[in-house]
Design a protein around this ligand. Sequence first.
Ligand SMILES: *[C@@H]1O[C@H](CO)[C@@H](O)[C@H](O)[C@H]1NC(C)=O
Ligand SMILES: *[C@@H]1O[C@H](CO)[C@@H](O)[C@H](O)[C@H]1NC(C)=O
Ligand SMILES: *[C@@H]1O[C@H](CO)[C@@H](O)[C@H](O)[C@H]1NC(C)=O
Length: 444
Amino acid sequence: MVVKLLFLWLLFCLSWAQEQRCLQSASSCDECIQAGSGCAWCNSPQAHIRCATTEKLQSTGCHGRHIYNPSGSIQVVKNDSGTDPADAEPLLLQPQEVSLHLRPGVRESFPLTISKATDHPTPEPIMDLSNVPAGVQVTFSSITKGNPQLLQVSVEAAQCPSTSGASNQNRTGPWSILITPRGFSVSLKLEITLLCECNCTGSHEENSPACSGQGTLVCGQCECYVPYFGKQCQMNGDSISPQYEDLCRTGPNAPVCSGSGICVEGFCECNRRADPKETYSGRYCECSNFDCPHHNNRLCGGNGRCECGRCMCNSEWIGSACSCSMETASCMAKNQMLCNGRGVCECGKCHCIPPYVGATCEDCPDCVGCQDHAACMECRAFRTGAKKDTCDRQCAHLNVEIVETKDELQGRLCKMRTAEDLCYFFFSILPSSGQFAVARAKEC
Ligand SMILES: *[C@@H]1O[C@H](CO)[C@@H](O)[C@H](O)[C@H]1NC(C)=O
Ligand SMILES: *[C@@H]1O[C@H](CO)[C@@H](O)[C@H](O)[C@H]1NC(C)=O
Ligand SMILES: *[C@@H]1O[C@H](CO)[C@@H](O)[C@H](O)[C@H]1NC(C)=O
């Protein structure tokens, strides 16, 4: 139990850390803000850390006015009170139209009032949603019941859609969602836009000195004019000699930058991947953090990180895909022996020697004794089963103690099903004394 709790707590910490970690390797503002809801970008051309939490950026000297960290917003577009009795609907929704800018991972909420005409029967309306884009979730929670009824509408987008998809022209909306109370013709319209791209129009400087006067500074980064390149557009592509390329190969016939990058004055600049979490690294872009063995569909089993094609497993995990746990607590039997001494603990699981079975090799339904005595044990303890009518005659001679739970059982443990309710019941045999014990508690 303690181990389990500790494990859950660790998991919680890990997922929390994941949430807060921003992609320091992010090579653009868009990549950075897509990396997580807590990630901000530093626009300053001098910044050495660009992508981190706002606090981290500030602590590294990035001034607040240089920090780009878009947050969601809600704008009520239409909110008529519908007081004109001529067009009185049986139901009035307020507001009628809302425009939302969503930062993925951050939930935005607003109140929705539902007023019913008094003579109209008033069951709780069911909300029908239409045109909800993939990854966007709309939920309702009741604030007050009755008439008018007040709901809280919450909208959250899971993440920015990947840029690699074919339909990337319209990956951030705006999309229109209609929320309609079932059976009515009125609806609430939500206009949703995802904040997945940086608005660099306010941070846009042509012929910027930070770009050697040979490029435009956009969100703190240079976009170089042809033929210039390099981080500060300091290099001229027209004067590059091709022999530099050889410096970008691991051997005479090896591909330039391992085929995963371009050669710039003898140095590899590695390609970016559609998924910003996936990066190439190394002098020759020969390493990656995504090309490693998988287990259970997860890179390095989710128990390690991928470094240059090899899984570096977290402590307590081994194997080429970090699929094997070194933890043995789950193999520990009640008697403090691994697998009851009837098997070996591998990857956190007991491999039992037949005929033993069970998580710690504690069960043995096929062992002599279990099958033979099951019917008598069942009728003595529960008055059910094959011998329920002949119990007194056939089973009276057995020395049976009834205990509450299987934890109180000692000796060889038998786990059998009752015919009646198909639940498992447990009994034990002490071979030395011929003493039996049956647990009253079944497992269904
Ligand atoms: C809509 O207007 C009503 C008043 O008619 C106001 O009470 C309510 O808060 C408004 N709703 C929103 C979401 O602004
Ligand atoms: C995205 O698609 C919706 C309809 O699905 C359309 O109304 C909207 O204008 C499109 N936005 C862009 C930027 O193309
Ligand atoms: C981008 O930012 C500028 C000001 O910096 C603003 O005028 C413009 O409306 C913004 N564009 C979008 C699409 O938000």
